[in-house]
Design a protein around this ligand. Sequence first.
Ligand SMILES: C[S@@+](CC[C@H](N)C(=O)[O-])C[C@H]1O[C@@H](n2cnc3c(N)ncnc32)[C@H](O)[C@@H]1O
Length: 425
Amino acid sequence: MHVTIVTLFPEYFDSVMSTALMAKALERGVVRVDFVDPRDFAEDRHRTVDDKPYGGGPGMVMRPDVVGRALESVESPGLMVQLTPRGRPLDQSLARDLAAAGRLTLVCGRYEGIDARVEAAWDLLNVSVGDFVLSGGEAAALCLLEATARLTPGFMGHEDSGEEESFSAGLLEYPQYTRPEEWNGRRVPRVLTSGDHGRIQAWRREESLRQTLARRPDLLQGAGLDRGDVEALRRIARHRLGRGLWLCLVHWPVLLKDGRPGAVSLTNLDIHDMSRVSRSYGLAGVVVVQPLADQRELLDSLLAHWREGAGARANPDRAEALSLVRGASTLEEAVAYVTEQTGVRPGIAATTARGAGDTAWVEVRQWLERGPVLLLAGTGHGLAPEVLDAADGVLRPLRYMDGYNHMPVRSAVAIALDRILGDAY
Ligand SMILES: C[S@@+](CC[C@H](N)C(=O)[O-])C[C@H]1O[C@@H](n2cnc3c(N)ncnc32)[C@H](O)[C@@H]1O
């Protein structure tokens, strides 16, 4: 692997080049690293590499002519990468691709970064090492260099050690232990000293899944999971945020066709579908706000049929889902009910297809970490303005970047619950 690092501070890399595995790999020629300093390509006597940003603002920007000459000087540069917080996040899969390229040129910015025309002219691949800002690209280039070099054949002592690590299979690694077998009253898990290789492998896989579910559930989406993994994930106790979430289907006050607030009648399908989705996502309950007496009677007889009557005998799954549902005459009654159940007034998150709610879906998940939440969904033409005004947050419409947002309320609720809870909670 051959890497050229374009940097104003080549000395930054000195200790890394002479330490541990990297030093050995350089010595053995497994990895070659050289440096190009853009300052050597400045043309004035002060060796200036930067200038003020057009349009004003703080800081300085690295000049395209100087950086351009530095890049031109690199012979067969291979894949050219600019380290920048605006780049694609560096992960193990990208590290593998970059290592496979074999020849890399890493461009490190300083100050406010490099003039944007350089990136366009050289078609640089932008890579970030995380959502934070470093003072320069050097620390980021080091991360990239280490992550790729250690995947180069011959870099590590034994070739398979890269295969078992975190992210190699899209999961975090299982916990590692060494001697002493007991330390400060803490014993190494017995399975690891059993000598039973099969059990050890199974334990490690399950621990990988456990760690990933607890710390980085987002990784599970892209991980290669087999049936055994899925079974194991089902067995692992997990943080069920849905237990603090109540869905509230509001029939009054909502907007009617003519734009005025009023009450609308029940829709049988809404009650069925929303309770099934709520049961699937592990919600605490569903409250149907309906002030009209005949409609409340309809709700009661519908629930009785499916929960205790012939419907329950024919379809116990449906009975289980509908057991989550209860009626309330007003929104205040719904809030009082959840408060009574939990001992805390719930945070109220309202949904709307119109207007621009400013609460992000992920915020509702954060609220749930702190306490119960009542998620309001409006029937008719949506929740009345007075309900939106009184809520603790109004969520952005599901497709807020597009004009058409008229989804059936039960579809919207299904998408909303998935946005808030996803698979992991
Ligand atoms: C102070 S930063 C410039 C930040 C830039 N003004 C911005 O807000 O995106 C200087 C240089 O550090 C490097 N850098 C900073 N944070 C980084 C990150 N998270 N990943 C990769 N490179 C980074 C880049 O090379 C960048 O040009």
